[in-house]
Write a new protein. Structure first.
Lengths: 118, 125
């Protein structure tokens, strides 16, 4: 287990590695669901688009997808920074800005989904 | 390794020929970072599209223009490329296609799959 914990480019262990895989599986499943859904019943107009978002489970599925995107983005960007941004002050600043940016996007996404409720 | 401080280091990026798996790996990072930068725009479009029928119609009309189609196809390519190199990554994790020949073939397959998705999307637009 101690050996596994040091895996992954961020070297913080199994959690990040696992989060990246779990979120990727969820997003992949969601994208396939959305493609199948819109192939069967295309949203030709605003009413159809709005009606889809009015369904409770659709908004929950979207919420989980948006959360997955933000977690996936965090883990991914962090491992890119750890590999390419070497001065500590630079890596720290960019990582902090990314964290704040992703948190802001999370709040914004929540607002969009809550507003979409009928 | 610690004693040999003068060991040769050869890092001329223009002369190192990266194997296809390496190119795919770099592209996975590049496309991922690009998609993250796209997130605020995507959320903005999602918000506008749900706001009122006029905004929805405007977005649909813009996506249907020649420039709009090129932008949509470009984004579809970036996403599909990240998606398929990601699938290859997940398969490697569970030990599928991790010998050299198969890993290279699957890297080419990832490029082929993303271009196929772009072609299919283009046909649907």
């Amino acid at each position: 287990m101690r050996r596994v914990r040091s895996a992954g480019s961020a070297h913080t262990g199994l959690t990040e590695w696992l989060l990246q895989r779990v979120t990727s599986l969820y997003m992949g499943g969601f994208v396939i669901y959305a493609i199948v859904h819109f192939s069967l019943s295309p949203a030709h107009d605003y009413a159809a688009w709005k009606a889809w978002f009015a369904t409770g489970y659709v908004r929950i599925a979207w919420a989980l997808c948006l959360a997955s995107i933000l977690i996936h983005a965090w883990v991914g960007m962090r491992s890119i920074y750890l590999d390419y941004l070497h001065p500590l002050w630079l890596r720290f600043s960019v990582t902090l800005l990314t964290a704040l940016g992703l948190l802001a996007l999370a709040l914004w996404a929540a607002q969009i989904l809550i507003t979409a409720a009928p | 390794m610690g004693k040999n401080n003068k060991r040769p280091v050869y890092l001329n990026l223009f002369k190192i020929r990266l194997p296809v798996g390496g190119i795919l790996s770099i592209l996975h990072r590049a496309t991922g970072a690009f998609l993250v930068l796209l997130l605020p725009i995507a959320l903005y479009i999602l918000q506008r599209s749900l706001h009122d029928p006029e905004a929805y119609a405007r977005i649909a009309a813009q996506a249907a223009t020649p420039v709009g189609r090129v932008v949509v196809l470009a984004i579809v390519w970036v996403f599909a490329q990240h998606f398929f190199s990601g699938v290859r990554h997940l398969l490697l994790d569970i030990g599928i296609g991790d010998d050299k020949t198969t890993a290279r073939r699957n890297a080419w397959l990832a490029f082929a799959a993303s271009l196929t998705v772009v072609a299919l999307t283009g046909a649907c637009l």
